[in-house]
Design a protein around this ligand. Structure first.
Ligand SMILES: [Zn+2]
Ligand SMILES: [Zn+2]
Length: 342
């Protein structure tokens, strides 16, 4: 079968490799679509950061159809449409047993620690394949994975109905975070500097859209919140100054959730955290149950994914039309879907 294989920094290859064998408790899926994530691009250009072995098949946002099931696996049938719950935790370490599965040190992730889905076939534990309701279409399903990251951040924030929330950075994860906060009953202000992102935020239901390239976004947010600032600010942009903006803009005794991955290390003034008694929370990947919840919200159309699909390409063109385009400086894309059938 064809697969996109990571060999090392600046070395990814579309190769012919054997179809993977199924092990105990596993199922094999025929991949329908996989989306390319910014993490994939970072691994390619600057990694390996999360990738734990090479060569490895890339792709962690994957949907497919079940084609074979190990005799000891249950709960699935051949032909089922499924989403790959890409994070496998050990279930027995201190963190798994105390409810923070997202920080399990023994975690394995599709496309990063185990072979992923930028390929024609993929094998995965059957109990980590989530059946898709009919209302979730094949050509949007992979975006359930970044939606899971968004949902996890929303849960970590401790948001309450009616809270005022600012989301900094409306890329894919920001756009999904915005929607997940709306689903949780928050009032959401979207902050970005790109016209396409601001338009996307407005389409997806942001209560206010703030262009940070015009005027002071912090002043604008204070105007919207009786002069005190939002209860929660979520940082998804991953730029050097955006976490500092978050500390600045959030109200005193408010909550900042950091979701971005910082390529350039921000220089923070910790006195602002102390002086304002901020709660600063990191949120990474997702924990047990987050993906099943994301599937439900997508099925109910509380979270819309299809708007975030910027392009659809074939696996044969994954490097020039997918990775190279995502890596471009001025990319005007959210997610690119890759299909072995296209
Ligand atoms: Zn991702
Ligand atoms: Zn664990």
């Amino acid at each position: 079968m064809r697969a996109l294989v990571y060999h090392g920094r600046n070395d990814i290859r579309l190769e012919e490799i054997p179809v993977p064998e199924i092990g105990p408790g596993e199922a094999r899926i025929r991949v329908t679509n996989t989306s390319i994530c910014a993490t994939d691009i970072e691994e390619w250009k600057y990694g390996p950061t999360y990738i734990t072995f090479t060569p490895t098949v890339m792709g962690h946002e994957v949907a497919g159809r079940v084609v074979e099931i190990a005799p000891d696996a249950s709960g699935l049938a051949v032909g089922d449409r499924v989403m790959v719950d890409n994070v496998i935790v050990c279930g027995v370490c201190y963190w798994c047993r105390s409810g923070s599965q997202a920080t399990c040190p023994n975690m394995e992730v599709a496309g990063l620690g185990r072979d992923g889905g930028l390929a024609e076939f993929m094998t995965w534990p059957a109990d980590h394949l989530i059946k898709l309701p009919d209302t979730v279409k094949d050509d949007e399903a992979p975006l359930i994975e970044p939606a899971t990251v968004a949902l996890h951040a929303v849960r970590r924030s401790g948001v309450r109905v009616g809270d005022q929330v600012a989301v900094i950075g409306i890329g894919t994860v920001g756009a999904l975070t915005l929607q997940a906060f709306k689903a949780a009953g928050a009032v959401v202000y979207a902050v970005d500097i790109r016209e396409s992102s601001l338009q996307m935020a407005a389409r997806l239901g942001a209560d206010q859209v703030i262009d940070a390239s015009r005027g002071d976004a912090g002043d604008h947010l204070r105007d919207l919140t009786d002069g005190i600032g939002p209860d929660i600010v979520v940082e998804t942009a991953g730029a050097a100054r955006t976490p500092l903006d978050a500390f600045d803009w959030v109200r005193r005794a408010g909550t900042v959730v950091l979701v971005g991955i910082y390529a350039v290390k921000p220089e923070a003034d910790f006195n602002v955290i102390v002086g304002k008694e901020l709660r600063v929370i990191g949120s990474v990947a997702a924990g047990t149950g987050d993906m099943a919840a994301a599937v439900r919200l997508v099925a109910e159309r509380e979270i819309r994914l299809s708007e975030l699909v910027s392009d659809r390409i074939s696996l044969g063109r994954v490097i020039p039309d997918g990775f190279e385009r995502m890596a471009a400086e001025s990319k005007e894309v959210f997610r690119i879907l890759v299909s072995p059938d296209a």
